[in-house]
Design a binder for this molecule. Structure first.
Ligand code: 8DG
Ligand code: MN
Ligand code: MN
Length: 370
């Protein structure tokens, strides 16, 4: 048995960016049960509660062995009293009653089904449930005429989108995209990000960041690419389309609250993409980045969401990692790393540069599954 007190990977820090979060970890069943509760809190609009579950879950993922006692659980940073008590219950009985309750709740099953449709958030899902709808047929019967186009598309694509993608499925799509990009110009670089880059076998969608060594080449690329994908029959549905801002405008825009789905200021389109080998429509998220922002785009779109939260907190507040102190005062986004005081961009070429600048040890993407 390793002495975890001496193990540098021992979970004694609150920041996800300092810890390792492999897909294969020691507390999977426990994490599965807590994840159900987290999801239920999320769908019920209890963001704070959901976040405290998520923090605990990430801490458990990074914990270097199977938890064996309540005392052990209580010492883990990120695990509060309430969740520690649930862990005690789990260790004693093999289940967590609160998780069982969620798993058997028809309200949860139906609202989470609604919320898994593209364009339907927790608020709409709860609203539909409150109006008495229990299936998509109910929704279409009652609201068919008033639904937004995006939600209509989401419902239409749902049977396809709910089918998970293997790594091979993602790779097939990336090859198609490479070919289409070659038809636009030579020299585009495409990086599959999201869960795929974190090593996940099973993925909900395909996220890619695309760049080119010449900045001018990415300027109108989103329009060109989406048009080409439509013309070649790959894309029929565009769920979201947004041109980013000019790079130099972004500093000014940094502190303005983004409108829905803008999240960052990169050009991006979320599409329904017909996969040639299966004929299934896949969600493909296309992110275009000028070369100078590529490192941030890749880091920001690799996730996980909780890892990204940790990264933003680290940038803002700083901390101590492996004996190095970082004082904070920076803002991280997929479109750049900024000094919060001056709003000036920090120039970084690679993901490694970003970690070095932030006084962090390199975290392989496969260890970012927080
Ligand atoms: P999945 O698709 O297999 O379910 O997992 P994922 O790849 O981790 O999730 P994702 O929803 O596809 O998002 C990929 C990463 O991109 C996510 O970890 C955080 C980051 N991200 C951004 N901007 C946005 C945004 O506008 N929406 C979402 N959902 N994620 C974003 O940088
Ligand atoms: Mn994804
Ligand atoms: Mn995505």
């Amino acid at each position: 048995e390793r002495n975890i007190a001496l193990d540098p990977t021992y979970n004694n820090v609150a920041y996800e960016v300092v810890r390792k979060h492999p897909l294969d970890h020691h507390n999977k069943e426990l994490v599965e049960q807590l994840s159900l509760i987290e999801k239920q809190r999320e769908i019920d609009g209890e963001a704070r509660s959901a976040l405290s579950y998520r923090r605990a879950i990430s801490a458990l993922i990074s914990y270097p062995r199977k938890i064996r006692s309540w005392r052990e659980a209580k010492k883990i940073k990120g695990v509060g009293d309430k969740i520690a008590r649930m862990i005690r219950e789990y260790l004693k009985t093999g289940t967590i009653q609160a998780a069982e309750t969620v798993a058997n709740s028809s309200r949860f099953l139906i609202t989470s089904h609604f919320a898994s449709i593209y364009g339907v958030g927790p608020t709409t899902a709860r609203d539909w449930y409150g109006k008495g709808y229990r299936s998509l047929e109910d929704v279409l019967d009652a609201e068919g005429d008033t639904l937004s186009n995006v939600v209509k598309m989401g419902i239409e694509l749902f049977p396809d989108f709910q089918q998970k993608m293997t790594r091979k499925d993602v790779e097939e799509i990336v090859e198609v995209l490479k070919e289409v990009l070659r038809g636009i110009a030579e020299g585009f670089v495409i990086c599959p990000v999201g869960g795929y880059r974190r090593g996940k076998e099973i993925n909900g969608d395909c996220d890619v960041v695309i760049t080119h060594p010449e900045e001018a080449k990415t300027k109108n690329l989103l329009r060109q690419l989406v048009d080409a994908l439509k013309a070649q029959g790959y894309v029929k549905h565009v769920l979201w389309y947004g041109e980013g801002h000019e790079k130099d405008q972004v500093s000014e825009l940094r502190l303005q609250s983004g409108k829905k789905n803008s999240f960052d200021h990169l050009s991006k389109a979320f599409t329904g993409f017909r996969q040639p080998s299966t004929g299934i429509n896949r969600q493909v998220d296309l992110i275009i980045s000028p070369q100078s922002l590529y490192a941030c785009a890749v880091l920001g779109w690799t996730g996980s969401k909780q890892f990204e939260r940790g990264l933003r907190n680290w940038c803002k507040y700083g901390g101590v990692a492996a004996g190095h102190t970082f004082k904070g005062g920076y803002h991280f986004a997929s479109h750049g790393l900024f000094d919060r005081r001056t709003n000036k961009r920090v120039h970084v070429e690679t993901e490694e540069d970003i970690f070095k600048f932030l006084k962090l040890e390199w975290a392989d993407p496969t260890l970012r599954n927080a």
